[in-house]
Write a protein that binds this ligand. Structure first.
Ligand code: CA
Length: 218
């Protein structure tokens, strides 16, 4: 009985510690691996959401009947969309797969997620400070019908995760151990073209940020 009381007491203390620290889901070596697995899962559902969002034609800035990919605030139904200024007709990324939206960046289990869309000439369109940017030129809109990139990186490098990930409009996912440049929280955020060898969106993945981006073996 003493052992059970002690063991149970330890559990209670652990739970109190979790409440005080704001959660137990994002630290510890075991959780780093769990966080990375969860990040891959969330990235997967973001790719599904992107295809459904585009197919539904929620954003069609040039009115050609071909939908454009979305920014995360638009996809989760919390930000007015480019072009129409309406909210999406439905939520495309269930709250099962993310916790919080902050200035266009989604937070989930020790990782941050951000989508860039083509703005033309390799530049990225992003949502900043809770505002979805206004429309861009027609050439960029055409590119937004075809390309996007979504990065996932740890909130605290080495604590909540050791790898960064990227999803683009075609499989597979890409990952880096950040051997050349670390990404962490809102301070060190991947640039639009980080995972591409050359011009963002239209060149081969592989990395131009000092890191090696490759297809992970998990
Ligand atoms: Ca269109």
């Amino acid at each position: 009985m003493t052992w059970f009381r002690t063991w149970n007491g330890a559990v209670v203390l652990l739970l109190i510690g979790c409440v005080v620290s704001g959660g137990c889901g994002d630290w510890g070596s075991g959780n780093r691996s769990a966080n990375e697995s969860a990040a891959i899962t969330t990235l997967h559902y973001i790719t599904v959401a992107q295809e459904e969002f585009r197919a539904a034609g929620e954003v069609d800035q040039d009115g050609d009947g071909k939908g454009e990919y979305g920014l995360l605030g638009e996809i989760v139904g919390m930000q007015k969309m480019r072009g129409s200024g309406d909210l999406a007709k439905r939520v495309y990324l269930s709250e099962k797969w993310w916790d919080e939206l902050e200035g266009g960046t989604v937070r989930s289990k020790g990782y941050l997620f951000k989508v860039y869309l083509p703005a033309g000439e390799g530049e990225g369109l992003e949502e900043e400070e809770g505002k979805v940017p206004a429309g861009v030129g027609s050439e960029a809109v055409d590119l937004q019908e075809a390309y996007y990139v979504c990065y996932a990186w740890p909130e605290r490098l080495g604590e909540t995760g050791t790898r960064a990930f990227a999803a683009i409009e075609v499989a597979p996912f890409w990952a880096t151990k950040m051997e050349g440049r670390g990404y962490e929280g809102f301070e060190w955020v991947p640039d639009t073209g980080a995972m591409y060898k050359g011009e963002a969106f239209v060149s081969e993945p592989g990395g131009s940020d000092g890191n090696t981006w490759s297809v992970p073996t998990y």
